[in-house]
Design a protein around this ligand. Structure first.
Ligand code: NI
Length: 426
């Protein structure tokens, strides 16, 4: 199918330049950017008075935690995680996770997200939701274990990999997710590394999220979580690590040396009061930093415009330096840097001929977009998720003129609500 996106302000994210023109799509790929009078479209989407840019990459979330949205708030971190969230998660079924993932995908498409990295349980059910809705995702089963205990989860992850990696026309990738150094002991990490040798996959994990986690690691191993994972050899596999809030200068050097991508989750870190990742230092060191929402139980939404805004604002405030994380850097964190973290930078993250057609169209006909001094600034400092009007992923239109096309949204909302009522009483 040939689709023409006509007459938008195109921000390719290959540079800061904005050009007015068209984008031609043939099947799943971008065929041209600019003008081509010979192109014969089957479908025309007007981008008049809109920005056309790459779909956003939410590089760390737990999608089905939408079901726990606003269930446990304003608690201390360990009370939140171990006292409240983990016990209720034990009651979730595969069907709950499927419905929660559908809810998350609806919300993410509405916020301009075309790719997300998910770490959770019942991942077959998440994959089913991803496949049905046409979004792109790196999926991983979050696993925890001590020695041989929990080893069956590594086997499950491996079966999940063989079943889904590269499926749905390559939209689904499968990664491996040792949940965190404090939930996986050294032997367990060793088993994971033995299992994934030679596979086309990545490691998705949480590192140095809280001050307490770093303290526990220093007591147990005499090193920080990041130095410890390096010592175990985990970073010999391509790795993207959520949080990285409490870092030493040596940690930053290790992340850079080992090409580990950092996923900044400012909304979640602020809400659980874990602090601020040293994004300025990480960027200066040349570490690939992207941005993500984390789960909806610690955010409490999956709004990447809010997250990019927070990434810019928080770092300015913390550093007392308004030049830190300028708008274009924040946009790069939400697009190409996320793609790089997930190993997808040759396919998505910027708009270029031959790349996959993961494209969002943002409606500028709102009061907060006037006047028009600087459209890049407007995307970070003024735009709202609700300004995303049309979304394409892999050349398929997922939302057009604010209407979700690959799911019955009303049904998804109702079903999620019913699921929440059921597991609460289980
Ligand atoms: Ni997380």
């Amino acid at each position: 199918m040939n689709i023409l996106i006509q007459g938008g302000n195109i921000l390719t994210m290959e540079s800061e330049e904005i050009q007015v023109g068209d984008i031609g799509i043939v099947d799943d790929r971008i065929a041209f950017i600019g003008r081509d009078e010979t192109f014969v479209p089957d479908k025309v989407i007007s981008a008049d008075d809109c920005i056309v840019m790459p779909g956003l990459v939410n590089a760390h979330t737990h999608s089905a935690m939408t079901l726990l949205r606003n269930y446990a708030d304003d608690l201390l971190f360990w009370d939140w995680l171990e006292g409240t969230i983990l016990p209720i998660e034990d009651k979730l079924t595969g069907e709950d996770v499927y419905l929660g993932a559908k809810l998350a995908i609806a919300e993410m498409i509405r916020s301009g997200i075309t790719t997300f990295a998910d770490m959770y349980m019942f991942m077959d059910d998440v994959a089913r939701a991803v496949e049905e809705t046409g979004i792109r995702a790196n999926l991983s089963q979050g696993i925890t274990g001590q020695g041989e205990e929990g080893i069956e989860k590594i086997e499950e992850s491996l079966s999940f990999y063989h079943k889904w990696n590269g499926s749905n026309d390559g939209l689904i990738r499968v990664d491996f997710a040792p949940h965190a150094p404090y939930t996986c002991d050294d032997a367990y990490i060793g088993h994971i590394m033995d299992t994934i040798k030679g596979l086309d996959t990545r490691i998705h994990t949480h590192l140095s999220e809280s001050r307490d986690e770093v303290k526990r690691s220093l007591e147990l191993h005499g090193t920080t979580p990041i130095a410890h994972m390096r010592d175990l050899g985990l970073f010999e596999f391509p790795t993207y690590a959520a949080h990285c809030v409490h870092l030493t200068d040596e940690d930053i050097e290790i992340l850079k040396q080992n090409n580990v991508s950092v996923i900044n989750n400012p909304g979640s870190n602020f809400k659980i009061a874990n602090g601020f990742a040293p994004v300025k230092k990480l960027l200066q060191a040349g570490v690939n930093v992207s941005v993500a929402t984390d789960g909806a139980a610690s955010n409490n939404n999956l709004n990447m415009f809010e997250e990019m805004n927070l990434a810019a604002l928080a770092n300015k405030a913390v550093e007392e330096d308004a030049t830190t994380v300028p708008a274009y850097t924040a946009l790069s964190m939400g697009t190409i840097n996320g793609a790089r973290a997930l190993g997808l930078e040759t396919q998505i993250g910027t708009l270029a001929v031959g790349k996959k057609a993961d494209i969002i169209i943002i409606d500028l006909s709102k009061p907060h977009f006037y006047p028009r001094f600087n459209l890049i600034s407007s995307l970070i400092y003024s735009a709202q998720a609700g300004d995303v009007k049309t979304v394409l992923c892999n050349g398929q239109v997922l939302m057009q003129d604010y209407e979700l096309l690959t799911m019955n949204e009303k049904e998804v909302l109702t079903e999620a609500d019913l699921a929440a009522a059921r597991f609460k009483n289980r």
